[in-house]
Design a protein around this ligand. Structure first.
Ligand code: COA
Length: 188
């Protein structure tokens, strides 16, 4: 591939974002999740980025808002979900570029904590670490090594403990287990 670029989503991208999410996962759960989040009241288009090659959307990343809740505090944070690269463009660095650009935008907008449920062989290279050892729990059953957190500034996780609360749009995907991204088979 000669080159691709990353930019914020625009309304005209919506059908292609749906399609690339379907193509990457080979089912509709994440595509529908993105639409449900966009239709909800917590969607920030600045945190929905697309990778574009030859006017075609080849990848997408979204950072929906979440909270980390304890009896004493509610801490705002972001999820990284979903991240997709079209199967024809995988293993070319598109996913890595979406993560790094996305995290940069998150920092610029003042966000401090990002949580991901994903491949334990992939996200640690971008700084994510198991969340439970930092005192952060998932609201559902998930293996320790796939439930990860990243502090966007050094002190962001200090004193933070609690359970992640996802937007209601996640209920369907978590309910059937397909949102957990637990495959560890690299396509590369
Ligand atoms: C996971 C995904 C986003 C990675 O994007 P990508 O552009 O193909 O990945 P990159 O080119 O940035 O990175 C490739 C590297 O990541 C590794 N990698 C990719 N997918 C991996 C996975 N599922 N598990 C472990 N490592 C993985 C590759 O082995 C490769 O390693 P190398 O650099 O040592 O050769 C993409 O494969 C995809 O869309 N998969 C289907 C949807 C999905 O699983 N999304 C993530 C949900 S948590």
């Amino acid at each position: 591939m000669d080159c691709f670029f990353i930019r914020q989503e625009i309304p005209a991208d919506i059908p292609q974002i749906y399609e690339v999410n379907y193509q990457a996962f080979a089912h509709y759960d994440e595509a529908r999740l993105v639409d449900a989040l966009r239709d909800g009241n917590v969607f920030n288009p600045e945190l929905s980025l697309v990778a574009v090659h030859d006017d075609r959307i080849i990848g997408h990343i979204l950072f929906p808002p979440i909270t980390i809740e304890s009896p004493h505090a509610v801490t705002p944070a972001l999820a990284l979900a979903p991240l997709v690269v079209h199967p024809e463009y995988q293993c070319l660095g598109v996913g890595a570029a979406l993560i790094e650009e996305g995290l940069s935008v998150c920092r610029t907008l003042g966000h401090r904590i990002v949580v991901v449920i994903g491949h334990p062989g992939y996200y640690p290279r971008h700084g994510f670490r198991p969340a439970r050892v930092k005192g952060i729990e998932a609201p559902f059953t998930v293996d320790n090594d796939v439930f990860m957190v990243l502090a966007l500034d050094p002190g962001a996780l200090e004193g933070i403990q609690g359970t992640v609360k996802y937007p209601a749009a996640f209920d369907a995907i978590v309910g059937n287990g397909t949102g957990k991204c637990i495959s560890v088979h690299s396509p590369c």
